[in-house]
Design a protein around this ligand. Structure first.
Ligand code: GLV
Ligand code: MN
Ligand code: MN
Length: 428
């Protein structure tokens, strides 16, 4: 069994390497939504899905779908288990975030086909194109569409390179009018599961390869603009300045303090992007635009914190005689993982490792947050070295990937939509 898992892990590793070569920058991995690199990666994934025995299609937002039909006359013939993750990356990314979930889904279903042919339920493997939100100030667009929750207003958002989503879609060969057809029919998708690297240190510290996710954190992203006044760096006395960067710096510390004060709800806050203008060493900054990414385990705490921050930003602006405003660019609610799906993954892990499975929350966002508006979701985490992610040093071992794919195979083999419904009703 361990031999078989190792072989699957080696296969996963070579597929990870092949995908990681598809990048906008040589020597670094950057693969943004609806770019030529996205196209190449989607084509490679399409090929892998077809080789695994899946029927491949692509929807109007570029999500690649590999479908295994249910066995004919199957009791649950219109019900599908969805397995997905994403093929876009952050800028200068690691190779495993998202990619591993897609690859593991393909490998697991391929093995299930080899062993069983079809299952009583259908299976779709999904490769989403926009989980990171690194190109457009919106994210989970693809997964919102499959859940029938795509907001047409998103078509107007502009990318970092000044392209409207609508135009980028057309340039990618897609028709935005077809987006509603990406959604599953009510009742068709019975569950969505995703395998993902942990992106944190908990599993490594516990010396466990795999863990069961209990919930995905609540998250919102914002754009803050501070406008002061440009001036001569040599002549304007400090007390007469309206320095937009100094104001932004005070906001940055308020953001940090806010998260520290709410640590009991696992709140984290990050300013990951900042630009200032005019941007010269001898000119006082007149305008600063920066992002605030805020996450917490509960929606209420996050919303309360954001309200406090909004007031604080306005107070800082008043004190410093600058103008400031804040716009929300993305929001994903906290999404608990379904107890029956958690139990399914825990049983599978138990079979492999012997010990009882670790349960842990996810601070990172995932497509399941959007898909969870349509059907129950579950996630399986895989250990990654040092808990490092969104960093080229991201690493998961061949062995751990093999165990993860083997666990996904067992999960699919043990999956029963009827049991899922019963367990959920018992829990309601
Ligand atoms: C996705 O990786 C996120 O930022 O949570
Ligand atoms: Mn991810
Ligand atoms: Mn990520």
């Amino acid at each position: 069994m361990v031999e078989r898992a190792m072989a699957l892990g080696r296969e996963a590793e070579s597929m990870i390497r092949a995908l990681a070569l598809i990048s906008a920058e040589e020597g670094h991995l950057t693969r943004l939504y609806l770019t030529p690199e996205h196209r190449l990666a989607a084509d490679l994934v399409r090929r892998w899905m077809a080789e695994a025995g899946l029927d491949v299609s692509e929807d109007a937002l570029g999500t690649v779908r590999g479908r295994l039909a249910p066995e004919s006359g199957g009791r649950n013939s219109v019900q599908r288990l969805l397995i997905g993750s994403h093929i876009d990356t952050v800028i200068d990314a690691g190779a495993y975030d998202g990619a591993l979930g897609v690859i593991a889904g393909i490998l697991a279903v391929r093995e299930v086909i080899k062993k069983h042919g079809r299952m009583p339920f259908g299976i779709d493997v999904l490769a989403f194109g926009d989980e990171e939100g690194s190109r457009f100030p919106a994210t989970l667009l693809c997964s919102q569409a499959v859940a029938g929750r795509f907001d047409p207003a998103s078509l107007q958002v502009e990318s970092v390179d000044g392209v409207k989503l609508e135009d980028a879609l057309r340039a990618y060969g897609k028709d935005p009018a077809e987006i509603p057809a990406a959604a599953y029919e009510p009742g068709e998708a019975v569950a969505y599961v995703e395998l993902h690297i942990e992106q944190g240190p908990v599993l490594e510290q516990a010396d466990e390869a795999l863990g069961v996710v209990t919930a995905i954190a609540s998250q919102s992203r914002h754009s803050v603009t501070v406008v002061g006044e440009a001036g001569h760096a040599g002549t304007v006395p400090m007390n007469l300045r309206r320095d937009a960067l100094a104001a932004a710096a005070e906001v940055a510390l308020a953001v940090e303090t806010l998260a520290q004060r709410n640590a009991d709800d696992f709140m984290v806050a990050t300013i990951g992007k900042l630009s200032l203008s005019p941007g010269a060493s001898n000119v006082i900054p007149a305008r600063v635009v920066f992002t605030v990414d805020l996450r917490s385990q509960t929606d209420a705490r996050r919303i309360e914190a954001m309200n406090w921050l909004r007031e604080e930003i306005l107070a800082i602006a008043r004190r410093r005689r600058v103008t400031a405003w804040i716009e929300r660019t993305h929001e994903a609610v906290a999404r608990p993982c379904d107890p029956a799906l958690q139990a399914g993954f825990a049983t599978t892990i138990g079979r492999h490792g012997g010990k009882s499975a670790i349960h842990l929350p996810s601070g990172a966002g995932h497509d399941g947050q959007a898909v969870g508006a349509m059907c129950p979701i579950g996630m399986l985490f895989v250990r990654c070295r040092g808990g490092i992610s969104h960093n080229p040093a991201e690493f998961t071992s061949v062995r751990d990937m093999g165990l993860a794919v083997a666990a996904m195979i067992k999960f699919i083999e043990g999956f029963d939509p009827a049991r899922l419904g019963r367990l959920r009703r018992a829990d309601d």
